[in-house]
Design a protein around this ligand. Structure first.
Ligand code: FDA
Ligand code: NAD
Length: 499
């Protein structure tokens, strides 16, 4: 059993959606030549399916008639059945028996904007729900619903996990036993959340321990929040997931304690001074920080639910729910031993065209380690949505118009929004740091430049306007020269604006 496509996008996340739009815009394929394979499915949107099979002996011939009906669309279901049964009355039959089977059908999910899961999706009121945040609305572009893919002739093979890949034969084997072959493959498998089990923490599969990578995780988190109004949550990890989920939990009126091993939050990016501002802000919203330690185990009730988190320093933190954000691993395993990997970045190594060591295979998004021209060709694997969108589009351009497509020249861009705060960062956080602006206000406007070898390497800004964010991105892109650090500090944001 098998199907053949010219182009296959493996993975149905952010990068896949943007790659599909780029294919559609460039028009470089015919109907049925392009497919997206994604394992993602949502149990919350699952549907109870009624399968009614009628066996009728009609004028001596045994007929079998099967009707599949959605129970979620109740009216349609009753109508469908009534019509079906009344149709039978007009026939002459001597034997009729029917079997009814119900089964749960996982709803399959077309590519969506993953960042919404830790922001709009968790709001207590007016929460974002699909189909409202399918790609590519995050970039203020078209909303790609399943109807759009159908109209564009792009096959969606959803709820389907690829179990193995054979790069030499150009085939993928799915969990349903189907072999899908391709001429060109785009790997967009993203990453998976690291689990506490991987750090030797026992009992971390309890029903009130939540991770956040996909829509099923987000639904579990929403249900956990609803089950303990006014209760206690322990957030493990002080990175992006920890910070954004802690803000969402507080907004849902749940008390939060954050636990992480570093001296301050967002250790991969923030300076101690920047982190101090956010920690103070979170504290003013009722969040408690427990820093420089990790959890060792859980206390549970008789139903297996976590009731407390036990820390290495012996403290017990009461918990009605736990949210874990302790980093990710890129989903590279299907291709290990077949494609060259970037060991330092734990990703699939690609060139400036996003092409892997096999010329028919491209890799984009969280899984791809690609050269950053601005960093003198240094290879990086970025775990951010802007990089997923741009690498995906660039790969499609490289595939369809190789001679016209130059190597990608990407300016790394990260952002976050929590409470009423909002920051952006461009470039690399290397070198000496100069802070600027007002770090004291509750509606702040402050930032930092990272200066490496006398030039701006990175810039961070909280509370900026569109023009101000644009200005800091430009000085990073230009690697603006810094003659005097004291002068830079004095000029602050003005340095970027007047450049
Ligand atoms: P992505 O993870 O989006 O998609 C991978 C897809 O591949 C999934 O659909 C997966 O099921 C599928 N897949 C994997 N293996 C498969 C297999 N064997 N068979 C079939 N399918 C398979 N970034 C940012 O810059 N700003 C932000 O605010 C946020 N916010 C944010 C919130 C949350 C909750 C998360 C989890 C992440 C973010 N990010 C972010 C990061 C951003 O979402 C991330 O960088 C992109 O989603 C990466 O896009 P990809 O398409 O590479 O992977
Ligand atoms: P992260 O790398 O940002 O942070 C991981 C945190 O977990 C760190 O504070 C780390 O010290 C801590 N940690 C590691 N091991 C631990 C342990 N054993 N016990 C306790 N703490 C431990 O990863 P994340 O927050 O899990 O985010 C996952 C992914 O989602 C990342 O790729 C991130 O880029 C992405 N994301 C991005 C955004 C954004 O860009 N705004 C928002 C949400 C998620």
């Amino acid at each position: 059993m098998g199907r053949a496509f010219v182009y296959v996008i493996l993975g149905g996340g952010v990068a896949a959606g943007y790659a599909a739009l780029e294919f559609a815009r460039r028009g470089g394929y015919s109907r049925g030549e392009l497919c997206i394979i994604s394992e993602e499915a949502s149990q919350e949107a699952a549907d109870l399916i009624l399968m009614a099979t009628h066996h009728i002996r009609l004028n001596g011939v045994l007929l079998r008639y099967t009707k599949i009906t959605s129970m979620q669309k109740q009216n349609q279901c009753c109508f469908g059945l009534k019509r079906h049964i009344s149709a039978l009355r007009f026939c002459y039959f001597d034997t009729c028996f029917a079997s009814y089977n119900f089964f749960l059908y996982s709803c399959q999910v077309a590519p969506y904007e993953r960042p919404a899961l830790s922001k709009g999706y968790l709001l207590p009121e007016g929460a974002a729900r699909l189909p409202g945040f399918h790609t590519c609305v995050g970039a203020n572009d078209e909303l790609l619903t399943t109807k759009w893919y159908k109209e564009q002739g792009i096959e969606l093979v959803l709820g389907t996990k690829v179990m193995s890949a054979d790069v030499r034969r150009k085939t993928l084997l799915t969990g349903t036993g189907e072999t899908i072959s391709y001429k060109t493959l785009i790997i967009a498998t993203g990453a998976r959340a690291l689990k506490l089990q991987e750090f030797g923490i026992q009992g971390s599969d309890a029903s009130n321990i939540c991770y956040l990578r996909d829509i099923d995780d987000a639904d579990k988190l929403v249900n956990a929040m609803k089950s303990c109004p006014g209760g206690n949550a322990v957030v493990i990890g002080g990175g992006y997931i920890g910070m954004e989920c802690a803000a969402a939990l507080v907004t849902n009126k749940i008390r939060v304690t954050m636990v992480f091993p570093e001296k301050h939050c967002m250790g991969r990016l923030f300076t101690p001074k920047i982190a101090e501002y956010y920690e103070n802000y979170y504290t003013s919203k009722g969040v408690t920080f427990v820093k420089g330690t990790v959890l060792t185990s859980f206390e549970k009730d008789t139903t297996g639910k976590v009731t407390a988190v036990i820390l290495k320093d012996g403290r017990h933190l009461p918990a009605d729910m736990v949210v874990v954000g302790i980093g990710i691993r890129a989903n590279t395993s299907l291709f290990e031993g077949q494609l060259v990997m970037s060991m330092e970045n734990s990703g699939i190594k690609v060139n400036g065209q996003l092409q892997t060591s096999d010329s028919s295979v491209y890799a984009v998004g969280d899984v791809a380690a690609f050269p950053i021209k601005l960093f003198d060709g240094d290879i990086r694997r970025l775990e951010h949505v802007d990089s997923a969108r741009r690498t995906a589009r660039h790969a499609v351009a490289s595939i369809l118009e190789p001679s016209k497509t130059r190597d990608i020249d990407y300016l790394p861009f990260f952002y976050s929004r929590v409470f009423t705060l909002s920051w952006q960062f461009y470039g690399d956080n290397v070198g000496e740091v100069v802070h600027f602006g007002d770090f004291t206000s509750s509606s702040p406007r402050f930032g930092a430049y990272w200066v490496n070898k006398g030039r701006i390497a990175g810039a961070f800004l909280e509370g900026g306007s569109r023009d101000e964010y644009e200005a800091i991105s430009v000085v990073v892109r230009r690697k603006a020269k810094v003659a005097n650090m004291a002068e830079l500090e004095k000029q602050g944001l003005g340095f970027a604006i007047q450049e």
